[in-house]
Design a protein around this ligand. Structure first.
Ligand code: MLT
Length: 315
């Protein structure tokens, strides 16, 4: 019997799939701290996580029987990939299962940041009726600059075009032909920053992209620019962004992700021109069903000696 530990909340569809396997037993134990996790790791053949659990080198080394780590979602920045590879632990994710949810959350934050949705909601809820205070701007005829033109970036481009936006993108790994097919011009970052009315981040965190939105980048943006981040908080220098939002360098931001989560002593929280959500990009029922099912199936496949569909640390 293969034993699987699920240490973050997983959608019911994934649990049902594991339940149906005769050779798999799972335990769902959420909210464990590092020591508690290390203590039970030797029992398990596989670990399924979302973004809450951070399997570092100690946790992975404690998994003496561990063969697989399944990440129900896209980002694997919470996993020590080098340690997993060293211990021959296959790491897998579900790269497309929550992409539509993330693209839709991006559009939601673009619209909410443009039309004062959150702040005017609070005003009405407080018994006020301040119509002239909340005159927003339209997406139509504006330029959206997408940083990171992978699958999610392209879904966002399609949706923005349906709103009548011109879309430009920066991605050093994508050819201009890919952009042409979608009527999106691929440009250098230095061209994108001063042209875009909206800038949306859809890239992964690497040493090159960490804090790529810093004081220097912000100073090149338009004063009406609205920055959207549904990717990862570490892409932004939050002190620099808070300063830029407070002194009028840019107009607003819609943020779903933060440098550390949940954010503590974060200079962005509570600024009047920021719309916040608590890392909800992948939090649709459809996406959670899909990530749960897909990661459960992949873990079962790997435990039975079959190849993983989306292995992120090939060896
Ligand atoms: C992802 O990487 O899949 C999303 O950010 C959602 C999550 O962290 O679970």
């Amino acid at each position: 019997m293969y034993k699987v530990l699920i240490s973050d909340k997983l959608g019911q569809a994934g649990l049902d799939l594991l339940e149906q396997q005769d050779d798999v037993h799972y335990d769902m134990k959420t909210g464990l701290n590092k020591e508690e996790l290390i203590a039970i790791m030797p029992e398990y053949d596989a670990l399924i996580i979302r973004s809450g659990t951070r399997p570092d080198a100690d946790i992975i080394a404690a998994g003496t029987k561990l063969k697989a780590i399944g990440r129900a979602g896209i980002g694997v920045d919470n996993i020590d990939l080098a340690a997993a590879t060293k211990h021959k632990v296959i790491v897998m994710n579900t790269p497309r299962a929550n992409s539509i949810a993330t693209a839709e959350q991006t559009m939601a934050l673009m619209l909410a940041s443009s039309r004062y949705t959150a702040i005017s909601h609070s005003s009405v809820a407080a018994g006020k009726w301040e119509r002239s205070k909340f005159v927003g701007v339209e997406l139509h005829s504006k330029t959206l600059g997408i940083i990171g033109f992978g699958y999610i970036g392209r879904l966002v481009a399609q949706r923005a075009q349906a709103f009548g936006m011109t879309v430009i993108a920066y991605d050093p790994y994508v050819s201009s032909e890919v952009g042409q097919e979608m009527n999106v011009q691929l440009v250098e970052l230095a061209e994108l920053l001063p042209q875009a009315d909206y800038i949306s981040l859809h890239t992964i965190v690497t040493p090159e992209t960490t804090k790529m939105i810093n004081a220097e980048a912000l100073s090149q943006m338009k004063s009406n620019a609205i920055l959207i981040n549904v990717a990862r908080g570490k892409l932004i220098d939050e002190d620099a962004l808070a300063a830029a939002l407070s002194n009028g360098t840019i107009a607003g931001a819609g943020l779903d992700v933060y440098f550390s989560e949940p954010p503590e002593n974060n200079p962005l929280i509570g600024l009047p021109n920021v719309t916040h959500t608590p890392h909800l990009g992948a939090s649709s029922k459809e996406a959670q069903r899909a990530v749960g099912e897909q990661i459960a199936q992949q873990v079962v496949d790997v435990l039975r000696g079959n190849p993983a569909q989306h292995q992120v640390n090939p060896f």
